[in-house]
Design a protein around this ligand. Structure first.
Ligand SMILES: [Zn+2]
Length: 158
């Protein structure tokens, strides 16, 4: 079944795959950097900055220091969370990609460097097709997934 907002299937799938392939080496560098940063929950400053910088390069509008419930983090500002958005050709569905980038005490034993980079790859691929595609992509950087210091960046959302 073809959904209403799909106007055509043209060269977009090839473009998406080609974009991901072309940036493969750069994505590996991002993953390795996050792996080496091994920042614990709520302290993922370098990791979140790196991901925000990569998303800006892809044309996303990025904002950090997200306002959250005051009982979640001190002063209600999640300093290592971010939101990035890229508008497509016109109105349509929103596809949201969530990135995790915090480490455990023994480093990235859970592979959040790979989770963050996989999401970044998906965002990069989709971004390459958004000029011809209705809708928008929203990327949410979700800190502290491992409940490291202050308790869960995602599971206490309203
Ligand atoms: Zn994990």
């Amino acid at each position: 079944m073809v959904m209403g907002w799909v106007t055509s299937v043209g060269s977009e799938p090839q473009k998406i795959a080609a974009t991901i392939d072309a940036n493969s080496a750069a994505f590996r560098v991002v993953s390795q950097k996050i792996f080496d940063f091994k920042e614990l929950g709520q302290q993922e400053f370098k990791s979140s900055q790196l991901l925000m910088e990569e998303l800006r390069k892809l044309g996303f509008t990025v904002s950090g220091d997200l306002k959250v419930s005051a009982d979640l983090v001190k002063d209600g500002i999640a300093k290592t969370a971010f939101r990035a958005e890229l508008q497509g050709k016109g109105p349509g569905p929103t596809v949201t990609i969530m990135l995790e980038y915090d480490a455990l005490k023994n480093g990235h034993a859970c592979g959040h460097n790979l989770i963050a980079t996989s999401g970044l790859m998906a965002a990069a691929g989709l971004a390459s097709a958004m000029k011809e595609t209705p809708g928008r992509i929203v990327v949410i950087g979700t800190p502290d997934e491992e409940r490291g210091s202050l308790g869960g960046g995602k599971d206490r959302s309203p």
